[in-house]
Design a protein around this ligand. Sequence first.
Ligand code: NAD
Length: 404
Amino acid sequence: MSKMRLRGFENASGQRHVSEDDRYLYRREEPRFRLVIIGTGTMGQEHMRVAALLGRARIHGIYDTQSLSMDTAEANFLSLQSQPLVRYNDLSSACNDPAADALLICTPNHTHFDVLRTAMQSNKPIFLEKPMATELQDAAEIVRANEAYESFIQIGLQYRYKPQYLEAFREALDNRALGQIKTVSVSEYRPPFLDKVDQWNKFARLSGGTLVEKCCHYFDLINLLAEARPQRVYASGGQAVNFVDFERNGVKSDIDDHAFVAIDYANGVRASFTLNMFCPDFAEELIVVGDAGRLKAEEYHDIHRSGSGNASLTIKLGENGLSKTSDLTYPRAIEQSGHHGSTYFEHIALMDRLEGKEVDSATPRQGMWAMVVASAAQQSLALGRPIDVDRFILDHDLASLLNR
Ligand SMILES: NC(=O)c1ccc[n+]([C@@H]2O[C@H](COP(=O)([O-])OP(=O)(O)OC[C@H]3O[C@@H](n4cnc5c(N)ncnc54)[C@H](O)[C@@H]3O)[C@@H](O)[C@H]2O)c1
C-alpha cells in the first residue's frame, strides 16, 4: 500500500460513505503497540492525541492521581479511539499491565524520579517527559539506571523535531553549510506559564526552576549545535511580572520569568539564550553563525489570531554560496497536534525504537547535559556570578558520570 496519507480526504465527512471493504488508500494497519499514559494532564493528553493521529500505537490505559484529569482525558479521547481505555487504580498496576508495550510518564517534574523508579521495575520501554528530574542527583541516577536497564528510556526533548530546528541541524551539522560554527543564539518570547494541576509550575522546588523546567529544551538544542562540552555559564534574570502576587498554602511563587544566559563551550563556540515570559504571543528564534555563513530559524505563533504558527529558515552564505529563505510546514493535522508537529515526530522515533530501529531521540545523557547547563544557569542567576562547569560538576559529585 502507498505510504502516502491523505488525511484531509480520509477524515472528510464526504468520505464516510466509503465502507471498510472499499477502503484501500484510506486503509490503515492495526496499531502495533499498546501504550499506557501516566499523568493525563495537558501533555499526557497531547501524547494520547498524537499517538492516535500517528496510528502505530493505541492508548491501552491511563493513570492519574486526580480523577478529574482521567475523566477529562477519557472524554476528550472518546472520538479518537473506539477501544475503551483501561483506568488503573494505582501506579504499580499501570506500570505492570502485561498487555502494555510502553509507558509514557507525563506527570509533574518533581514526581518524575519516583514514578520512573516504579516504572523501571516493569522492564518496559519508557518515555519520560522533560525535564527528566528536578535535581541533578536524580538525573544522574536516571542516567546510570538507564545504562543498566534492559529496555530503554526516551526523554521528551522533542523540539529537535520542530521543522525549523530540523532544517537548521541539516544545514549547520549535516551539510556544514555555515562552515565552522562559532556562535549560537536562541531566544524565546512567550506568555506566562499556564495553570496546572496543583500549580506545580509556579514553584522552583516542584518544577526545577524556569531554566530547568522550560528552557532545558533550548539548552538541548544549543548543546547539539555546539557539539562540545559547556565550560562556563553566566545568567542574569528573575521574576519581574508573572505570579508576583501568587501564593499557595502560604508559599509565594518563586518562578523566574525572564533571563539572559551566556554559555562558553570547550571548542570555542559561544552561545546565548534569552527568555521573556510576559509576552502576548509566542516567538522563537535561533541564529547560528559559522565562518562561512549565517542561518536564522524562526517560529511565530499569534495565539490570538490563528490555530497554528509559522516557521521559516533563512540562510545567508554571501559569496560562499546559495542564500535562501524557506517557509517550513508540516501538514496541518500534524502541526496542530502539538508543539508545531514535533511531538508527532517524537512519537515516530518512539515507535521506531520499539521496532528495534536506531533513532535520534533524546537520551537520558543528553537530557542530563541540558539539565547541567540549566542548573548552572539557575545557580549563576542566584549567585550573580559565572559558573565554571567543571567545578560545578565536581561540586555535585557528577565527575565520574560526566567525565567519560
Ligand atoms: N515536551 C514538552 O514540550 C512539554 C510540554 C508541556 C509539559 N511537559 C511536561 O509534561 C509533564 C506534565 O506537564 P503538564 O503540562 O501535562 O501538567 P498538568 O498539571 O497539566 O498534568 C499533570 C498531570 O499529572 C497528574 N499527576 C500528578 N502527580 C502524579 C503522580 N504521582 N502519578 C500520576 N499522575 C500524577 C496530575 O494530576 C495531572 O493530571 C511535565 O513534566 C512537563 O514539564 C512537556
